[in-house]
Design a protein around this ligand. Structure first.
Ligand code: SF4
Ligand code: SF4
Length: 124
């Protein structure tokens, strides 16, 4: 188990940090902040934010992308990743290519291509 301990120098920093607790859902949404970050581009990379929902065949696109990235970061698909992928109720092979998700993704992820890739890699 890992943990992060955050330190503060001023009362204002504490106030800014705890303001999260009373922020609206829109204010808590980090996707637009990351998508417009000037010094780093996440374009084309899934950050697992879930903004692409809903999928008409109920694929959990963020989870499929996460397992795909984990699998591709290794020379061979780790057994644990394949096993977790296998527990998904709906897998990438069910993608019917409607493209609705891509219009909602702030990071311009080529989701349909990735669903095909995941279906081939995991075999379902
Ligand atoms: S595909 Fe796009 S919208 Fe969907 S989880 Fe990934 S980054 Fe977020
Ligand atoms: S393109 Fe595939 S993953 Fe995206 S919403 Fe349509 S069916 Fe779901």
């Amino acid at each position: 188990m890992k943990s992060i301990l955050v330190g503060f120098d001023t009362k204002e920093q504490v106030d800014a940090a705890v303001a999260y607790e009373t922020a609206s859902e829109d204010e808590k949404d980090y996707a637009s902040v990351i998508a417009s970050a000037p010094l780093h581009s996440y374009s084309g990379q899934c950050v697992y934010c879930g903004h692409c929902k809903p999928c008409p065949v109920n694929i959990d696109i963020a989870m499929v992308n996460k397992f795909l990235d984990m699998a591709k970061s290794q020379p061979a698909v780790p057994e644990s990743v394949a096993s977790h992928y296998g527990t998904l109720e709906h897998t990438a092979s069910e993608c019917m290519g409607c493209g609705g998700c891509e219009g909602r993704c702030p990071f311009e992820v080529k989701i349909r291509e990735r669903m095909k890739e995941a279906a081939e890699l995991f075999g379902s």
